[in-house]
Design a protein around this ligand. Structure first.
Ligand SMILES: NC(=O)c1ccc[n+]([C@@H]2O[C@H](COP(=O)([O-])OP(=O)(O)OC[C@H]3O[C@@H](n4cnc5c(N)ncnc54)[C@H](OP(=O)(O)O)[C@@H]3O)[C@@H](O)[C@H]2O)c1
Length: 330
């Protein structure tokens, strides 16, 4: 496969708002190092975490090409890289996805099985493995558990609602607006609360009522600043609260004494902590591909955009205008 020397890419030179996302048409194509592959991206995922690196909430060296995942074809192998061939169809987790080509570690790359589209994989790769890891390892969800899931119509939330129902949980999903709530309900959620509506403002009370005053066994909260206190109230005695994102801003430093009245357990996980070894990565990618292939896990693509529209994509994501996953076609 012939590889050009320059490519289209979106580069961030300094932290800031969506305006710092610079579309370039002749950025150097990276050279894969030992253990790396060069992938020609057919499609790349946009995740909320990209906005944290853009704003500097999560520090990272700049200039930087954002984008934690992509799917496409292996265009070249780095020295001492084995297990892949030029032309293999793959999905990867790393950094640099907002570009035509990305040099990625072979250790975090998986061959996409026949019968699954690149689009379905990108709508569920980072997000799908995240929700599988959090529902199986961070808190192993049991059949019959009451689970509160915030932002249930989002990229991760859409997948998590389905996974939780497959595991036999009773799911209370929150989402902003009637359309998002209808989507969550269609996935089988037992109760859906529009936490932006007048009636939904008191969502803690509604969660308590639905659970007979007891509270939920576990809360999955990726909204953070606006919901963290309510999540602590809505969890049952001896329950678990999992904070895994900052869509509204980070959870402030938490006085541990706040946990003692109800003996609450808290966790602050990240996907990358669960897929560090090749065995872990393989186990989660295999499970995810199996769910996609069998049709047990459906994906929802909000839209597929050209790279040059990336600033609008970030504005829409941060403006709560998306349902499911936003993708880029580099
Ligand atoms: N820890 C990890 O490893 C990990 C991995 C993947 C994702 N995450 C986290 O999971 C969350 C979801 O990620 P995603 O990429 O799938 O994004 P997303 O859910 O598609 O988008 C974020 C959603 O958060 C909700 N939200 C609530 N308050 C908000 C506010 N003030 N501003 C913006 N959005 C707000 C919105 O839904 P409503 O309109 O319905 O409120 C919005 O659509 C993020 O917090 C992300 O950081 C963490």
């Amino acid at each position: 496969m012939s590889v050009p020397t320059t490519m289209k890419a979106v580069v961030v030179e300094q932290t800031g708002g969506p305006e710092v996302l610079q579309f370039k048409t002749s950025y150097p194509v990276p050279t894969p190092k030992a253990g790396q592959l060069l992938v020609r991206n057919n499609i790349s995922g946009v995740n909320y975490i990209d906005t944290y690196f853009r704003t500097g909430l999560y520090p990272s060296p700049k200039p930087e090409i954002l984008g934690r995942e992509g799917a496409g074809v292996v265009a070249a192998l780095g020295p001492e890289t084995s297990g892949f061939q030029v032309g293999d169809r793959v999905a990867w987790l790393s950094t640099g996805g907002y570009a035509e080509y990305t040099a990625v570690p072979a250790a975090h790359t998986a061959k996409i099985p026949e019968g699954i589209s690149d689009e379905d994989v990108m709508a569920s790769f980072l997000s799908g493995m995240t929700v599988l890891a959090f529902a199986k390892e961070t808190y192993p969800v049991q059949k019959g558990d009451w689970v509160l899931l915030h932002a249930a119509a989002g990229g991760a939330g859409f997948l998590m609602t389905q996974i939780l129902k497959t595991m036999g949980a009773k799911v209370i999903g929150t989402a902003g607006g009637a359309e998002k709530c209808a989507l969550v309900k269609s996935l089988g959620a037992d109760l859906v609360i529009d936490y932006r509506s007048e009636e939904g403002k008191d969502w803690v009370k509604q969660v308590k009522e639905a659970t007979g005053g007891r509270g939920v066994d576990v809360v999955y909260d990726s909204v953070g600043k606006d919901t963290w206190e309510g999540s602590l109230e809505a969890v049952k005695r001896k329950g678990t609260v999992i904070w895994f994102g900052n869509a509204s801003g980070p959870v402030p430093p938490l006085p541990l004494a706040k946990l003692s009245p109800k003996c609450v357990k808290v966790a602050r996980p990240t996907l990358f902590g669960y897929i560090q070894t090749p065995e872990e990565f393989k186990s989660y990618t295999t499970e995810l591909f199996g769910l996609l292939k069998s049709g047990q896990l459906k994906t929802k693509i909000h839209n597929i955009y050209p790279l040059e529209d990336i600033a609008q994509v970030h504005k829409d994501l941060e403006g709560r205008k998306t349902m499911g996953k936003s993708l880029l076609r580099p």
